[in-house]
Design a protein around this ligand. Structure first.
Ligand code: ZN
Length: 150
């Protein structure tokens, strides 16, 4: 695949030096997702406290698109409220569909916009974001469970 050189460099930088790679201890929300069409696999862990994502780490393996996207996503959501994190996922999804979206404060993410030219790779790019969305939904359910018991 041919991406703009600048975009390619940003993606390769995140792929070679992934941010937030590893696992979290304690009460982290954990989500595993696969993208069978490419063989990408991610395990995302997020620490969610007071309605905010205070930490995010990931493990996994896969192509440069999937891994760099996970690296960027975990960096972008750290310190964000759950609503803001979900808004970022929404913007990312819009970007992948070639629709209008609010530009990302965390600029590296823009490098993945070139993936829209390669429909087969879009699932690689969205894998980590889907895991994040799923994790936030999961954490909300856990909170509901707790309040019902008390
Ligand atoms: Zn992939």
């Amino acid at each position: 695949m041919q991406l703009d050189e600048l975009y390619r460099q940003v993606i390769m930088d995140h792929y070679k030096i992934p941010r937030n790679r590893g696992t979290l201890d304690g009460e982290a929300v954990s989500v595993q997702l696969n993208n069978p069409t490419c063989g990408d696999r991610i395990e995302l862990q997020m620490m969610i406290e007071d309605g905010k994502v205070t930490q995010a780490r990931f493990e996994g393996e896969g192509c440069s698109i999937s891994m760099s996207s996970a690296s960027m996503m975990t960096d972008a959501i750290k310190g964000k409220s759950l609503e803001d994190a979900l808004k970022l996922a929404e913007d990312f999804s819009q970007m992948m569909q070639g629709q209008e979206y609010d530009e990302f404060e965390y600029e590296d993410i823009e490098a993945l916009s070139g993936v829209t030219k390669f429909p087969a790779r879009i699932k690689c790019a969205t894998l980590a974001w889907n895991a994040m969305r799923k994790g936030i939904v999961q954490s909300k359910h856990e909170l509901d469970g707790e309040s019902e018991q008390s």
